[in-house]
Structure formats: structure tokens, C-alpha cells
Design a protein around this ligand. Structure first.
Ligand SMILES: Cc1ncc(COP(=O)(O)O)c(C=O)c1O
Length: 371
């Protein structure tokens, strides 16, 4: 029998994986910390937990790869054709499928526009695909000239709108210029994970005009189903067919399909509208309350379900909130976001609790300084 080697894993591990740091998701950062008393405002989830029913009758069978009830309902919701849609394990899987289908490992690259959602880079790294960067301008608009300079050097251009974590939506003319510039060389991936909070800026209605766009959507945000892991890629049929080549045979578990179909029913869509309205209302209240603190500067825009702000007291405030059982997200490591924290809009009670803790923190700071 061959002798085991101590460094077998190092020996076998892919070079591109060796240096990889796993995505620090909100859940990983505070894993195991979740309990009912804590207020989770760190992952841009919905504060609402809706009820669903499950029918176990078909659990002995493998599910459809692309469950027709989900595809038809989401296509109708998005105003597109069923053959322009792929359902996957969250939008995150959509990101990975696009990279796997359209980028050759060790050879091709993707373009990202930081500060933005971290999974584009992580997925590219895991697939041994290069990452180019064209940082957003200071006002978080696209640096169109910088982006255009990557023509011929990248296969995918990731643009997040509304953008996480800046809450800004991308100007339609800017995006159009990018889409047209890359028409013969790259797919522009428009991540619309938060689109329900800024419906008018969606590109779904433009799908038929542009063979080189792919739109990412999810049930994790406005639909209040982050635990379901269900997302969508919208694109013309040839892109969808390419993704179908790399997706797993049974990516959508039967209970997930059942719940997604209920969330997309006419009753589910009424709930969605109502909950988005509550979140938007709460967001406006939170924003104006935060703006009143002398040491808080609101950053970016409010086109999603979160608020970004800068404070010189970033670390102390974050620690104070964590100690009070309120979890928010530090974004200060991102380009141009020094001292920035991101707060997901919670339910009215959670937001009140958050504001009262922030207020307590700044009062304590002032009294310490004065003492
Ligand atoms: C911009 C953006 N895209 C995609 C995702 C991932 O969505 P999903 O939960 O569907 O994988 C997130 C989650 O935070 C996000 O912020």
C-alpha cells in the first residue's frame, strides 16, 4: 500500500484555489450567532418571513431541471418569454454558470466595477478566470471610458444595478453605451438582485434587442426568500441554452420549486408589493434619522433595501451594535468606501431598536469626550 503523504491536500489543490479566501458572507462572519433576540441587518435580507405549504407527494422523484411552474410564473412576472429564463440556486449560481460557460480557465477574464458585490470576483477566482477592474467614479456612476478600454480583454462585464453596497442605479444611457461597445466581444451581466426597489431601471424589457446582455434576478431580497436559494438569469435563448450545458441536472429541489411558484402567484405578488412599500417607507425614515447624527454622512443612494453611511467612528459603532445584538455590515475595505457601514432596512421595530442604539452610542461618545 502506498504511504500517505502529509501534504497530500497541498499537493493536489488547484493553484488558483490555494490563495483563495472564501467569500466572507454575512452568515459566515457571524455564523452560529443567530438567535431570535438578535437583529440581523447585515445581509440585505427581508425582515418578513411568509408562510408556504409543501406537498410531499413527489418527493420520491427527481425534480425537473427547470420546473415549468416556476419558469412560467417568473417569465410572466418579468415580462419575458420562458425560453429567455434560467432558474438556479440563487443568483450566485447564475454568476458562476455565466463564468463557467463563457470563460476558459487560465485564459479569459471578467470585468468588475468596484465597489460592488463580492461574488463576481470570488466566482471568477474559483474558476481560475482573471479579474479586471474599472472602479466606479466618485459619484458611483460607471467610468464608461475605463470600462470600454477592456474591449477584447474580457468575456463578461459585471454591472450591478441597483449596486450593492452603494444603492445606486446605473444610468441607462451609460449602460447602453457599454452594451453597444461590447456587442461583438462580451456579455454584459446586469445584476438586478434589488430591482424590485427600483423597478423602472430594469433592462428586462430590452432583452429582445440585445443578444449580449444577461440579467440576474433573485427571490432572496424583495421576495423575502433568501433561505430558499432561488435565482434567475434572463437572456436571449442562445445564452440560456449555453448555461443549460453547465448547470447541474437537478439544481432546484422540489420544495424550493413549490415555494417559488407560490411566491410568484398573484397572491404572492400582492404580498411582495406590500412588503416593498413598507421597506421603502422604513428606508426613508431610517435615512432621515441617520442624516441627523453629526458624525454620519449618507453615502450613495437608496435604490435598494439598505443604507450606506460613513462615520469616523466606524469600528466603535460597529462594536457597540454587535454588543447590543444588532448585526450590520462593514464595507470599509471596499474601494472608495473607507469608514463605511451598510445597514439593511429591517421591520419597524428593528429599525427603532437600531436607531436608539446608534443614538445611545453617539450620546455616550459625546459625554466621554466632554468628561
Ligand atoms: C448584488 C447581488 N447579487 C446577487 C446576490 C446573491 O443573490 P442570491 O441570494 O440569489 O444568490 C446578492 C446577495 O446579497 C447581491 O447583493
Amino acid at each position: 500500500m502506498a504511504k500517505p503523504v502529509n501534504n497530500l491536500i497541498d499537493l493536489l489543490l488547484n493553484d488558483n484555489i490555494k490563495a483563495l479566501k472564501p467569500y466572507e458572507s454575512a452568515r459566515r462572519l457571524f455564523s452560529g450567532a443567530g438567535n431570535k433576540q438578535q437583529v440581523w441587518l447585515n445581509a440585505n435580507e427581508s425582515p418578513f418571513a411568509n408562510d408556504f405549504t409543501i406537498d410531499a407527494e413527489r418527493f420520491n422523484r427527481y425534480p425537473d431541471c427547470q420546473p415549468p411552474a416556476v419558469i412560467d410564473a417568473y417569465a410572466a412576472y418579468a415580462g419575458i418569454q420562458p425560453d429567455q429564463l434560467l432558474v438556479s440556486r440563487g443568483a450566485d449560481e447564475g454568476i458562476e454558470l455565466l463564468i463557467r460557460a463563457f470563460c476558459t480557465p487560465g485564459k479569459d477574464s471578467v470585468l468588475i466595477c468596484p465597489p460592488t458585490y463580492g461574488m463576481y470576483a470570488i466566482s471568477a477566482e474559483t474558476c481560475d478566470v482573471g479579474i479586471e477592474r474599472a472602479a466606479l467614479n466618485d459619484d458611483f456612476s460607471l467610468n464608461v471610458d475605463a470600462i470600454k478600454a477592456f474591449k477584447g480583454k474580457v468575456n463578461l462585464v459585471f454591472i450591478c444595478s441597483p449596486n450593492n453596497p452603494t444603492g445606486t442605479s446605473v444610468d441607462k444611457n451609460q449602460l447602453l453605451e457599454v452594451i453597444e461597445h461590447f456587442a461583438d466581444s462580451a456579455i454584459v451581466v446586469i445584476d438586478e438582485a434589488y430591482i424590485e426597489f427600483d423597478k423602472d431601471s430594469s433592462w428586462a424589457a430590452e432583452l429582445t434587442h440585445y443578444p449580449n446582455i444577461a440579467i440576474l434576478r433573485t427571490l432572496s431580497k424583495a421576495f423575502a426568500l433568501a433561505g430558499l436559494r432561488c435565482g434567475f438569469t434572463l437572456a436571449q435563448a442562445p445564452v440560456i441554452q449555453a448555461l443549460m450545458k453547465v448547470i447541474a441536472p437537478y439544481p432546484i429541489p422540489e420544495p424550493v420549486a413549490q415555494i417559488a411558484a407560490q411566491a410568484l402567484s398573484s397572491k404572492g405578488l400582492v404580498t411582495l408589493e406590500q412588503q416593498v412599500a413598507v421597506i421603502n417607507q422604513e428606508k426613508a425614515l431610517l435615512k432621515s434619522a441617520l442624516a441627523k447624527f453629526a458624525d454620519v454622512e449618507l453615502v450613495g443612494d437608496d435604490k435598494a433595501n439598505f443604507i450606506l453611511f460613513r462615520t469616523p467612528q466606524k469600528s466603535a459603532l460597529m462594536n457597540h451594535l454587535v454588543a447590543s445584538g444588532i448585526l450590520i455590515r462593514d464595507q470599509s475595505k471596499q474601494v472608495n468606501l473607507d469608514n463605511c457601514l451598510r445597514i439593511t432596512v429591517g421591520n419597524p421595530e428593528q429599525n427603532k431598536q437600531l436607531l436608539s442604539e446608534i443614538s445611545r452610542f453617539f450620546t455616550l461618545q459625546t459625554s466621554t469626550q466632554e468628561a
